[in-house]
Design a protein around this ligand. Structure first.
Ligand code: ASC
Length: 152
């Protein structure tokens, strides 16, 4: 019964989160999440390049990256609703996302725990703080990719 109740709660949350795509074609959701991940990777990657000394450090640009990540980093996760495992355009999302939603949710939660630290670091204007926060956040990106993103 407890399991049934928690399944219902998870389902209700999923329906709410995915309502933007409830009536949409699967490829609309695929396009949306790929676009959000692309924007995310661009700004995350820029922080990483600055942390590694591969791009000149620019505190203002770092804060702008943080602002983008604060808005964009949760968006892809609204677009993995039921039936969006395949569509008319390419997706690298693995079936495991829909087969093991609790594990996928945990991967999202891991990122949600790490990302605010990177965002705060990037807003602080300190290259050292960005360097400290970047690795742990990147680990959550990689952890999710390893389980849920097709390798190519
Ligand atoms: C990036 C990027 C990712 C992550 C991942 C972290 O810059 O585009 O997908 O970092 O490679 O391991």
């Amino acid at each position: 019964m407890k399991k049934l109740a928690s399944t219902f709660v998870a389902l209700a949350a999923a329906i709410t989160a995915h309502s933007a795509f409830a009536q949409a074609k699967p490829e609309d959701a695929i396009k949306y999440r790929r676009a959000a991940f692309t924007v995310m990777a661009k700004h995350f990657g820029h922080l990483g390049a600055m942390a590694d000394g591969k791009a000149p450090f620019d505190a203002q640009a770092a804060a702008a990256d943080a602002d983008v990540l604060a808005v964009v980093s949760d968006l892809p996760f609204t677009a993995f609703g039921p039936g969006t495992n395949k569509g008319a355009i390419k997706t690298e999302a693995k079936p495991e996302i829909w087969q093991d939603p609790a594990k996928f949710k945990q991967a999202h939660e891991d990122m949600r725990a790490a990302m605010p630290k990177l965002i705060a670091a990037a807003r602080s204007g300190s290259a050292d703080q960005i360097k400290d926060a970047f690795g742990p956040t990147g680990k959550t990106c990689k952890g999710c990719h390893d389980s849920f993103k097709e390798k190519h």
